[in-house]
Write a protein that binds this ligand. Structure first.
Ligand code: ZN
Length: 69
């Protein structure tokens, strides 16, 4: 499977793998479970649409916003 890979948040290895992608019917999002082949760190990412992202920003996630700048 070809996914745009996301760097490992732990060791910053650039090639990571998606082991599972699940559609969440309640939140209308795609959740991807990822693993880093280098350090074996596991985490998941969630895709949300633009409006949901703006709502989240309004509900204040200050650390998340700071990390993106
Ligand atoms: Zn890693």
């Amino acid at each position: 499977m070809a996914f745009l890979s996301m760097p490992c948040p732990y060791c910053e290895q650039s090639q990571t793998q998606v082991i599972e992608a699940l559609w969440d019917d309640h939140y209308k999002t795609v959740r991807r479970y990822r693993v880093c082949p280098k350090c074996n760190y596991k985490w998941s990412t969630v895709e949300i649409d633009h409006d949901q992202a703006r709502n989240l920003e309004r509900q204040s996630l200050p650390s998340w916003r700071e990390e993106k700048t």
